[in-house]
Design a protein around this ligand. Structure first.
Ligand code: ZN
Length: 131
């Protein structure tokens, strides 16, 4: 599918995700503009999430740097605490790891349902999502 940033009917620059042109009423073939779609690869994002998901590497790939740092810190804190001799701290570490697991699963779910956005707010689409 061809995505355009300009209206085919009147040439006006499209400023938002919309089914039709607010100026001339032209019905777009897709509500998304080319600039709404992330150039990042869905396959790469899924692979990174699957292999390094707990460390948040896929967030760095997609440009969500702060989110990546948070995930990485969560994993490091979890592993550090789990290594503790204090049973309560070790338990807390396990809990953090469990949270990281659930978070990674949720991120994977969002990827496969086409609801993930990159660091610049552009949608990461799965193959065939826009057809
Ligand atoms: Zn128009």
């Amino acid at each position: 599918m061809e995505l355009t940033n300009y209206c085919t009917g009147c040439g006006l620059r499209r400023t938002e995700i919309s089914d039709s042109c607010p100026n001339c009423g032209y019905a777009f073939s897709s509500p998304y503009r080319a600039e709404d779609i992330s150039p990042k690869s869905f396959g790469t994002a899924v692979a990174l999430c699957g292999v390094f998901g707990l460390a948040g590497i896929h967030h760095f790939y997609l440009g969500n740097i702060l989110h990546g740092i948070f995930d990485l810190a969560l994993l490091i804190a979890a592993l550090f605490l789990m290594d503790s001799y204090d049973k309560m701290l070790a338990l807390l570490g396990g809990l953090l790891l469990l949270i990281d697991f659930c978070h990674t699963g949720a991120v994977m779910y969002l990827l496969f349902t086409g609801k993930t956005v990159d660091g610049r707010g552009r949608l990461v689409v799965y193959p065939g999502q826009l057809q």
